[in-house]
Design a protein around this ligand. Structure first.
Ligand code: IDP
Ligand code: MG
Length: 160
């Protein structure tokens, strides 16, 4: 009884993951989705999408003023991206670990960036940095109707 009560109190978070245009162009969409799918998180939203300059600027608004900001916006709008919403206990921090450091040369082998990329300006994937930003970014990139609530059959095999 008590473990179940504690488990039910554990917070389920959401994170926004995005395969950037270079990841799409390099044919890494399946590989990247697979990392999160195999880990055991729940996919609740998925689409291929060409984003506007306005949306890219809103998404990265905290970086406005950085010298690389104009190039970053050009990069993110340079082709389609794959937008994903993922859900689970601890998903935000865990996804950041799976993604690896911002600079792919510093990212550990075994991480997505550590295995598949070589430069910060072409680091193939985005992941929200906090549960608050996870919610904010999913709200920015998805309509309510594009998100699915469902019960994965494997749930009891992932968490006791
Ligand atoms: P993160 O994606 O690991 O959270 P942030 O510092 O939030 O890293 O930066 C957002 C994105 O901006 C990075 O993923 C990268 O695409 C780009 N970026 C950050 N710093 C630089 C830089 O020094 N040069 C070029 N692009 C950068
Ligand atoms: Mg960030």
């Amino acid at each position: 009884f008590l473990p179940h009560l504690i488990a039910s109190l554990e917070q389920v978070d959401q994170t926004y993951i995005m395969v950037k245009p270079d990841g799409v162009q390099r044919g890494l969409v399946g590989e990247i989705i697979s990392r999160f799918e195999k880990k055991g998180f729940k996919l609740t939203g998925l689409k291929l999408f060409q984003c506007s300059k306005e949306l890219a600027e809103e998404h990265y608004k905290d970086l406005k003023g950085k010298s690389f900001f104009p190039k970053l916006i050009d990069y993110i709008t340079s082709g389609p991206v794959v937008c994903m919403a993922w859900e689970g206990v601890g998903v935000v921090a865990s996804a950041r670990k799976l993604i690896g450091a911002t600079d792919p040369l510093q990212a550990e082998p075994g991480t997505i960036r550590g295995d598949l990329a070589v430069q910060t300006g072409r680091n193939i994937v985005h992941g929200s940095d906090s549960p608050e930003n996870g919610k904010r970014e999913i709200g920015l990139w998805f309509n309510e109707a594009e998100l699915c609530q469902w019960n994965p059959a494997q749930a009891p095999w992932l968490r006791e």
